[in-house]
Ligand binder design. Structure first.
Ligand SMILES: Nc1nc2c(c(=O)[nH]1)N[C@H]1C(S)=C(S)[C@@H](COP(=O)(O)OP(=O)(O)OC[C@H]3O[C@@H](n4cnc5c(=O)[nH]c(N)nc54)[C@H](O)[C@@H]3O)O[C@H]1N2
Ligand SMILES: Nc1nc2c(c(=O)[nH]1)N[C@H]1C(S)=C(S)[C@@H](COP(=O)(O)OP(=O)(O)OC[C@H]3O[C@@H](n4cnc5c(=O)[nH]c(N)nc54)[C@H](O)[C@@H]3O)O[C@H]1N2
Ligand code: SF4
Ligand SMILES: [Mo]
Length: 682
């Protein structure tokens, strides 16, 4: 059969490339060689034909007249947006020339790649780009902006990103959405939970904001930000004290349950109520629901608890709960923080760290959460930044610092993008990127257990190129002759799927995926063998943590001081954008109306703010103007905003101007939700 590209008309299977746990199966409709409609693929076992509004409107993004079509070079001051068209040859020659000089003068670690998951395809995120920069021995990026703290914390308990199969959660009788705005960010978990609810399950939401997910719940429990570990320990207190624990399970499958039993005595409901703002009787009620549930209890752990200074420990603490009542042996019981471990591809084969030239030391690593300081404060400066799959000027913490860094005259910046993002405005060279529908790639979800393939449905838009293709060109121009830098996409997919450390992927290949579009990995239940913790068991007590200077038992650690500002500021994701993606689309922005700041009515009255007022939020890092949404959706002392709006759309609404670039307790994670601000009428 001819390739999808060659067929002008038809319906072609595809996969959503966005950084979203659902990783939906899609059907792309083409007429006269153009994509005219995108819908869910009803054949996909988990997503079953339902997709979000964002991607139903994706054709508008693919054919947006603002989309970049050819390479550009800067002709005005950085950030001014003055560019002129150049050809690919000139673009690649300019970059390679600049880099060769830099490598000779300063060493390869004067160059830093900055990327994230604007496209979740493994070849175009973790494949060719990582190979290229490993070969160069450029500075390495620590990919810590999203789930790092929680992943490390969860891993201390469970040995890695191994959780419940979401398809099983229809069997659970209690669903706790803990700091996850699933209605907006994981819609098919909501569908599965809804099916469970039809079978009598209860849905509880623990959050700092009465958002869409809270409104959908049977019971919404508002909590003070950053105190979730105390709540989890309060629940443990009651579970132990009232005899809800599964002693046989803990004896067989955990380490440290006796120590935890004694430790949890420090967290009686009244003490925990004072910390969390959750009334003592509600703590007891929730513990009895969890302990006494007739069947399985499932916890979906989101980014809320972990985007804090104490986020690693908080996630570690919540992840101990299922073991107390033996949930991991019940169908649908347990927890999902992230499920990436089940589908782990062959990282070495994808990234080829061995391409580093012999005799050179491995180059320095730079935490992406500190990109502002990295550009401004390093003793041996970064002189060139190569950005792809990411929009740091909007998504990274302490945006003022990031932009000051990007504005450096002596920084040579290349941005590979589909759009002229705020980050691209600071580039010396802008390269046009294909959309995922123009690429070949492999996708593995961090929530469900399916691996999927993307085969190009349409030819590259304008002169755009995929990430992998650009790196192949750059390799050639740099004179890197290594074989792995010339591998084709399908060959790389096979290399990535061939992972001797992950038997779940056995039998999967590019050819099989081409034939079937998706395949379920052979994931076994979490407790079917030894866990990848040092003891092989669930570690309620972790000697490894103790060795690294953490309390070995789950512990509540209060947030650090963040200055003399009255409100904790929680800038989360929104419904109609995907991080900053779609913020530049009028329809998506109109659906969100305006960037809001949710405030408690008592707080607002105290400072003379009324619903709908333009308000300025500020601290010593920066300021941001939003529209007050006054009511009872947040507790006093808390303000919440949603969505990574960007300058182009709404003046001064860059919420990350306010967020701290402190690093969380674990995984060098981000602390987006631990900043304090003051608020006044603008
Ligand atoms: N529509 C949409 N979907 C998305 C995204 C998007 O931007 N838009 N982003 C994608 C990405 S990259 C990711 S990582 C996921 C993230 O998806 P989620 O895990 O849902 O993360 P957030 O929406 O950032 O925050 C989750 C919730 O935590 C709450 N929260 C904040 N602090 C605390 C706290 O201290 N305790 C508790 N209990 N709750 C708290 C917030 O109010 C919010 O409701 O979603 C993905 N899906
Ligand atoms: N205040 C606050 N900040 C946050 C968060 C928060 O909750 N609050 N969430 C954080 C989280 S969880 C995450 S994951 C990060 C996300 O941060 P990013 O990954 O930077 O997310 P996006 O803003 O969606 O930017 C992705 C960019 O990649 C581009 N892109 C898409 N596909 C391709 C491609 O194939 N090639 C190239 N070259 N480019 C492509 C898109 O056009 C888009 O501009 O943001 C973090 N920032
Ligand atoms: S963004 Fe998420 S919910 Fe929407 S289509 Fe993509 S994977 Fe599905
Ligand atoms: Mo994320």
């Amino acid at each position: 059969m001819s390739s999808y590209i060659e067929q002008a008309d038809g319906v072609f299977p595809s996969v959503c490339s966005l950084d979203c746990p659902d990783q939906c199966g899609l059907l792309v409709h083409k007429r006269d060689g153009v994509i005219v409609k995108i819908e869910g693929d009803p054949a996909h076992p988990v997503t079953q034909g339902a997709i979000c509004n964002k991607v139903r409107n994706m054709t508008a993004r693919i054919y947006d007249e603002k989309r970049l079509q050819y390479p550009l070079k800067r002709i005005g001051p950085k950030g001014s947006g003055q560019f002129e068209r150049i050809g690919w040859e000139e673009a690649i020659a300019t970059i390679a020339g600049k880099w060769k000089t830099l490598i000779a003068d300063e060493g390869p670690d004067a160059i830093l790649p900055y990327s994230f998951y604007g496209n979740m395809g493994r070849i175009n995120t973790e494949g060719m780009g990582r190979r290229f920069f490993n070969r160069m021995n450029a500075s390495r990026l620590i990919y810590s902006i999203c789930e790092a703290a929680g992943t490390v914390g969860y891993g201390f308990t469970m040995g890695g990103s191994f959780g419940t199969d979401p398809e099983d959660t229809v069997h659970a009788k209690l669903h706790i959405m803990w700091g996850v705005n699933a209605v907006s960010t994981n819609m098919h978990q909501v569908t599965l939970s809804e099916r469970a609810r039809k079978n009598g399950a209860a849905v509880v939401v623990i959050d700092v904001h009465r958002n869409r997910t809270a409104k959908w719940a049977d019971w919404f429990i508002p909590i003070k930000p950053g105190t979730d570990a105390a709540l989890a320990l309060g629940l443990m207190h009651v579970l132990f004290a009232e005899g809800y624990t599964d002693e046989a399970f803990m004896a067989q499958h955990t380490v440290g349950h006796e120590a935890l039993r004694a430790h949890a005595k420090q967290y009686p409901p009244d003490v925990v109520a004072a910390i969390t703002g959750v009334p003592a009787e509600d703590i007891v009620k929730l513990a009895r629901m969890y302990g006494g549930v007739d069947g399985a209890a499932f916890i979906r752990i989101g980014n809320g608890p972990q985007h804090h200074d104490n986020g690693g420990m908080t996630t570690r603490t919540i992840s101990c709960l299922p073991a107390l009542t033996g949930q991991w042996l019940k169908k649908g019981g347990g927890a999902i923080k992230g499920n990436g471990g089940h589908l782990a591809l062959n990282k070495h084969a994808l990234e080829r760290p061995d391409l580093k030239p012999d005799g050179l030391e491995r180059s320095r690593a730079i935490n992406m959460n500190l990109i502002g300081s990295a550009l401004l404060e390093l003793e041996r400066p970064i002189y060139s930044l190569y950005v792809y799959n990411a929009n740091p000027a909007v998504v990274a913490p302490h945006a003022g610092k990031v932009r000051e860094g990007l504005a450096r005259e002596d920084l040579f910046t290349v941005v590979h993008e589909l759009f002229m993002t705020e980050t691209a405005l600071y580039a010396d060279i802008v390269l046009p990127a294909t959309s995922a529908f123009e690429n070949t790639d492999v996708y593995s979800s961090y929530w469900h257990h399916y691996v999927q393939i993307q085969e190009p449905v349409v030819a590259p838009y304008g002169e755009s190129k995929s990430n992998a293709d650009v790196f192949r060109l750059l390799a050639k121009a740099m004179g890197y002759e290594d074989e792995p830098l010339r591998d084709g996409d399908l060959a790389m997919i096979d290399q990535a799927l061939d992972n001797p450390n992950n038997p779940n992927l056995a039998g999967l290949s590019a050819a099989l995926l081409q034939e079937r579009q998706f395949a379920k990995a052979a994931v076994r239940p979490v407790l079917s063998g030894k866990l990848r913790t040092p003891s092989g068991k669930i570690e309620l007590y972790s000697a490894a943590m103790e060795k690294q200077g953490f309390p070995p038992l789950p512990t509540y650690i209060p947030l650090p001081d963040d200055g003399p500002y009255p409100f904790l500021f929680i800038p989360t994701a929104n419904h109609n954008f995907l991080n900053s993606t779609f913020a530049n689309n009028d329809k998506h922005a109109a659906l969100e109306k305006t960037p809001k700041l949710y405030m408690n009515a008592a707080d607002a009255a105290g400072i003379g703010i009324r619903d709908g007022d333009a308000v300025k939020a500020w601290n010593d890092r920066g300021a941001c103007v939003l529209t007050a949404a006054v009511g009872e959706d947040v507790l006093p002392g808390v303000v919440v905003s949603q969505g990574l709006w960007s300058d182009g759309k709404a003046d001064n609404a860059v919420v990350n101007a306010l967020t701290p670039d402190r690093v969380a307790d674990m995984g060098q994670g981000a602390t987006f939700f631990s900043g304090r601000v003051d608020v006044a009428r603008a």
